[in-house]
Design a protein. Structure first.
Length: 147
């Protein structure tokens, strides 16, 4: 286990609009509002055609090859995530969402492009005095959180 400590800063109530791409809008919001680190919760809708990363092709392979799932219909979503800076100090969202419709649910990461259906409600909790960042790991093949 690795960890660091942070303090809670500002809290933002955010509504994304129809057609917005979740990670693009939240990373832009973080840049504009000088948010270095944050925790995020979300509830709303994802539009058909949205792309999710739904796991690795092989459980323990290195580097990891992600699997992609494209939503074929509109889904209700609930999600949680974090924002931490990369090596260039850019805010990077890592968020997983559960996307449900009737008795079917798919869960995955929004990084490939999840499009908002009508609206998405978010609460963003800014984290202050955080030394955490996302650093690229050559063996794994993507950025990992370094607390």
């Amino acid at each position: 286990m690795k960890y660091s400590e942070a303090k809670q800063g500002r809290t933002f109530v955010i509504r994304l609009e129809d057609g917005d791409i979740i990670h693009e809008k939240l990373e832009e919001f973080a840049r504009v509002h000088s948010i270095n680190a944050a925790a995020v919760i979300a509830v709303g809708g994802a539009d058909e055609g949205s792309k999710l990363v739904v796991g690795p092709e092989q459980g323990r392979s290195k580097p990891i090859t992600p699997m992609e799932h494209i939503l074929r219909d509109v889904r209700e979503i609930a999600g949680v995530g974090t924002i931490f800076p990369d090596k260039d100090h850019n805010p990077v969202l890592h968020m997983h969402i559960a996307c449900g419709r009737e008795d079917s649910t798919v869960t995955g990461c929004v990084r490939r492009g999840v499009k908002v259906w009508h609206l998405l409600e978010l609460i963003l909790f800014e984290l202050l005095y955080s030394s955490a960042s996302r650093m690229f790991d050559e063996q794994i093949g993507f950025e990992l959180l370094e607390p």
